[in-house]
Design a protein around this ligand. Structure first.
Ligand code: F6P
Length: 370
């Protein structure tokens, strides 16, 4: 008999509920108890937020977006915002309290579902003696040591669908449409949705861009009697001279800066330099919403079940990972050591160049002479 606790931390991603469903059912079949901690680590601080989970509680949730447990990216227990008597907010390390409550509640293992921030926290708890297993979640697909994180496929499907819809309105008005997608410092969502959605230009953080190159591509379209263009920009894309765009000061308790604004900037530059009617839009949190695709649902279920097998085999301080289409375990420390970036020699980048997509870099698309 074991007692397991699950938490979901960081930005939500479609497939979280599928992982919870699999963990609860796989534990139940082994005769184990499962609890869910609400909003990251709240359940360890307030016992009302620690909820028992049975197969009945999770029936049918695998196809629903979001997380039934709630999530937060402002609840790092190693730097936690607490109000003092003077009503001032202080950042405190409350990790010892969480460890104490973990043991007091007699848990055997914590299954932490999260991206690099949440898994970094989980790893620090593992170093303090908490048996932890990580499950890789993020629409950004930027976690190391796993070929996929769940949530990414759904975000790409949503972004591709949006880009598809932009074609007709861009064409009707002979306009340039600039669409900004999420992804933080990696361009996975932009690359996959941009290629699949027939973009003319894709700007990703891995390839600093020169806006003149982007404009050349748009004007080249005109020469080929194409009077509209679709530009997909990753929120973390940066100019060749290192300019990146963000929304200023982070929120209290949040470790990361909020990226955004590059789409508007690129659109303004295109409008000014090409005199083309240009509009921009930000897809934003639409990419995190909705039901998981079949791929993400299945991946979430597989990750959850594999995590429970790892509990059985006591493979702690490790993350379940997708490798060569199978499940494997990797040390959490290795998964969070570096964010996974796009390798510019992969066939996806080559495919984009071969079909004429511009990345705004110096290495332009191949020109075939007549
Ligand atoms: O990491 C997921 C993600 O959606 C990023 O792509 C994006 O930069 C960030 O989270 C947005 O965070 P928030 O939901 O706090 O605005």
């Amino acid at each position: 008999m074991k007692k397991i606790v699950i938490s979901t931390g960081g930005g939500d991603a479609p497939g979280l509920n599928a992982v919870i469903y699999a963990v609860v059912n796989a534990c139940y079949r082994r005769g184990w108890e499962v609890y869910g901690s609400r909003n990251g680590y709240s359940g360890f601080l307030d016992f009302d937020d620690m909820i028992p989970l049975s197969p009945k509680d999770v029936a049918g949730i695998y196809s629903i977006g979001g997380t039934i447990l709630g999530s937060t990216n402002k609840g790092n227990p190693f730097s936690y915002p607490v109000k003092n008597l003077a009503d001032e907010v202080q950042m405190l390390d409350i990790s010892d309290k969480i460890i104490k409550n973990f043991h007091r509640m007699k848990f055997d293992c914590h299954i932490a579902i999260g991206g690099d921030g949440s898994l970094d926290i989980a790893h620090r708890f593992a170093e303090k003696g908490m048996p932890v297993i990580g499950v890789p979640k993020t629409i950004d697909n930027d976690l190391g040591k796993t070929s996929r994180t769940f949530g990414f496929d759904t975000a790409v499907a949503t972004a591709t669908d949006a880009i598809d819809k932009l074609h007709s309105t861009a064409k009707s008005h002979n306009r340039v449409m600039v669409v900004e997608v999420m992804g933080r410092e990696s361009g996975w969502i932009a690359l996959y949705s941009g290629i699949s959605g027939g973009a003319d230009v894709i700007l990703i953080p891995e390839i600093p861009f020169d806006v003149d190159r982007v404009c050349e591509k748009i004007l080249d379209n005109e020469l080929h009697d194409k009077h509209y263009a679709i530009v997909v920009v990753a929120e973390g894309a940066m100019t060749a001279d290192g300019q990146q765009f963000n929304k200023g000061e982070g929120e209290l308790g949040r470790q990361e800066v909020v990226l955004g604004g590059v789409g508007d900037w690129v659109a303004a530059q295109i409008r000014e330099r090409t005199e083309k009617d240009t509009r921009s839009l930000v897809l934003g949190h639409l990419q995190r919403g909705g039901s998981p695709t079949t791929f993400d649902r299945l991946l979430g279920l597989r990750f959850g079940a594999a995590a429970v097998r790892m509990v059985e085999e006591k493979i702690f301080d490790s993350m379940v990972s997708l490798k060569d289409s199978g499940m494997t375990a990797v040390p959490i420390a290795e998964a969070i050591a570096m964010r996974k970036k796009i390798d510019l020699s992969t066939d996806k980048v080559l495919t984009a160049r071969d079909i004429g997509i511009c990345f705004g870099d110096v290495e332009q698309e191949r020109v075939v002479l007549p």
